[in-house]
Ligand binder design. Structure first.
Ligand code: FPP
Length: 234
């Protein structure tokens, strides 16, 4: 592994939990539960590899159309993970941030997220960005409305960036979608302009450090040019 070509920011679409569970004759929520275990492994792996930013898609603005039981189940898993992990986050020096509209979430979950962000705000080793009630189109429209209501006369790319949920994060270098689907599903559409993509067939509950290393190796072979000529990877 060439350490000098590591992505700074990895973003994950944790897809395939439902199919993974159904294949084993289990309820979909069991797949999400195992997905959380997978996520914990990947957070640790990112710290070991010195990846600085990890963004994950936990719940999209479109996921409200799923059965209420599944929606509540996913919210419960996010809440449990946050409630049970504060010591771990501090021990591992993980700062939790979120992207998405928290105002529509159940109050207990919203408060848990607000609290964990506050309690980890001085940590630095890994910025762990949870996309929850997140959709890129909603993010862009929200930015436009806030720009208008702030009376901004001339909007530059930098101004626009500052109005996104990810104002404090660099753009993702590498976006990984588990489970073989090759689409973004309304994830970080503005931020992905020059991201590299990796689509392993692995369903998210089976995603391991080994899968991550394969993704990073593939990333390291790419020649990122950012519209120019033969620019080397970072
Ligand atoms: C996609 O699989 C997965 C989700 C919509 C939810 C993922 C959420 C978690 C693993 C909880 C994360 C927790 C934190 C703290 C971030 P799918 O249901 O679309 O799978 P399918 O395509 O096989 O049906």
């Amino acid at each position: 592994m060439k350490i000098n070509k590591l992505p700074t920011h990895v973003a994950m679409i944790m897809d395939g939990n439902g199919r993974w569970a159904l294949k084993r004759g289990k309820p979909r929520l069991f797949g999400h539960k195992m997905g959380v275990e997978s996520l914990k492994r990947i957070v640790r792996a990112c710290i070991e590899l010195n990846i600085k930013y990890l963004s994950v898609y936990a719940f999209s603005t479109e996921n409200w159309s799923r059965p209420k039981e599944e929606v509540d189940g996913i919210f419960g898993l996010v809440e449990d993970l946050c409630n049970n992990s504060l010591d771990k986050f501090n021990e591992l020096d993980i700062k939790v941030v979120t992207m998405g509209d928290l105002s529509r979430l159940p109050n207990t979950l919203k408060n848990t997220l607000v609290d964990i962000k506050e309690a980890t705000k001085n940590n630095k080793s890994l910025i762990f960005n949870i996309g929850i009630n997140y959709g890129a189109r909603a993010e862009i429209v929200r930015a436009v409305n806030n720009i208008i209501s702030d009376g901004v006369q001339e909007c530059t790319e930098q101004t626009f960036h500052n109005y996104l949920y990810t104002a404090d994060l660099p753009d993702p270098d590498l976006i990984i979608r588990a489970s073989g689907e090759k689409r973004l599903s309304n994830f970080m559409l503005y931020q992905c302009a020059y991201s590299e993509f990796y689509f392993p067939k692995t369903h998210w509950p089976d995603f391991s450090k080994k899968t991550l290393l394969k993704a990073i190796k593939a990333y390291q072979k790419r020649n990122r040019r950012f519209g120019g000529l033969k620019q080397e990877n970072k």
